[in-house]
Design a protein around this ligand. Structure first.
Ligand code: NAP
Length: 285
């Protein structure tokens, strides 16, 4: 494996089946005054989190809910969302559940309409839903490439199209786009995926300039390898063998990335966290 390979543990993840009840109880009882005043910056806000049914989206939803955010969980797997919603509610948070395929603009529009009518105006959109398939370009896995472009690019523009007019009208908002360290550098085996994350970066940079005077912030989160289910869907075995094998060093947990998102959305109004590159210490880009 070359040192420019994006190291990844393809197999053998052990997902922590943690109890949000315990985490919430501990966190609530140890909140410092500082933390309370930071929470005040997001408490009662409404956040729509796409791809909330697993991994980084799930961890982010739980972490925002602990800070008092009303979290709207969106994804296709409703059973998973139901469980996560129940865990959040049991810990004293507020969560709502929506069936959403981010590539379907009409569905996205009706989810946003439902939230705005029944929960409140969306203050924070977390465009997190994404797919990643290891592919060798020479193997021409066109359907994987198309799916990656549809979800990772069109899913993000769909989300922005649904919330931005309302944010501009209300003169407030925060759009958090899930990029990647692959949005800063192309990785072999992930050429199309890297391309979609470069798209997210370019889109976010242009958008940020356009909306700054509407009091809207745009943040790109750029994680490195993180232990989620995203690697389980690769079907190009050549590419998985060559690029998706175990590297050395501990990779990120979804909660590590959720912390970066929490940091970005908790800043006072004059501060914009435009990008956060969060990497496993032992695997820098
Ligand atoms: N894990 C990493 O190493 C890593 C590193 C950098 C960036 N990221 C980014 O982090 C984001 C989250 O990924 P993850 O690592 O947490 O993987 P994950 O656990 O597989 O989560 C992906 C989420 O996206 C959702 N999703 C996929 N296609 C969708 C669609 N068409 N419509 C709606 N939701 C869809 C999935 O939900 P349903 O299947 O239920 O719809 C799931 O909730 C992605 O944007 C990914 O590119 C991950």
């Amino acid at each position: 494996m070359t040192n420019c390979t994006r190291l990844f543990l393809t197999f053998g993840y052990f997902f922590r089946n943690y109890s949000l009840n315990c985490t919430a109880a501990t966190n609530y009882s140890t909140l410092s005054r500082n933390m309370s005043s930071m929470n005040a910056l997001v408490s009662n806000k409404v956040a729509l989190i796409t791809g909330a049914s697993s991994g980084i989206g799930e961890a982010t939803a739980k972490s925002l809910a602990q800070s008092g955010v009303k979290v709207c969980l969106a994804a296709r797997r409703q059973g998973r969302l139901q469980t996560i919603k129940n865990q959040i509610m049991a810990a004293g948070g507020l969560a709502y559940q929506y069936a959403l395929d981010v590539t379907d603009l009409t569905q996205f529009q009706s989810v946003v309409e439902d939230i705005e009518n029944n929960v409140g105006p969306i203050d924070i959109l977390i465009n997190n839903a994404g797919v990643m398939y290891y592919t060798h370009m020479k193997n021409v896995m066109v359907s994987d490439w198309d799916r990656t472009i549809d979800v990772n690019c069109r899913g993000v523009t769909n989300g922005i199209s649904c919330v931005l007019p309302g944010m501009v009208r209300r003169n407030t908002g925060h759009i958090v786009n899930m990029s990647s360290d692959a949005g800063r550098r192309g990785f072999p085996g992930l050429a199309v995926y890297s391309g979609t994350k470069f798209f997210v970066e370019g889109l976010s940079q242009g958008l940020r300039h356009e909306v700054k005077d509407h009091n809207i912030r745009v943040t790109c989160i750029q994680p490195g390898d993180c232990a989620t289910e995203i690697v389980n869907y690769t079907i190009d075995n050549d590419a998985a063998r060559e690029y998706g094998t175990a590297g050395t060093g501990k990779i990120l947990n979804p909660e590590d990335v959720a912390n970066a998102i929490l940091y970005a959305v908790m800043q006072p109004g004059h501060v914009a966290v435009n990008e956060v590159l969060v990497e496993p210490r032992q695997i820098p880009i």
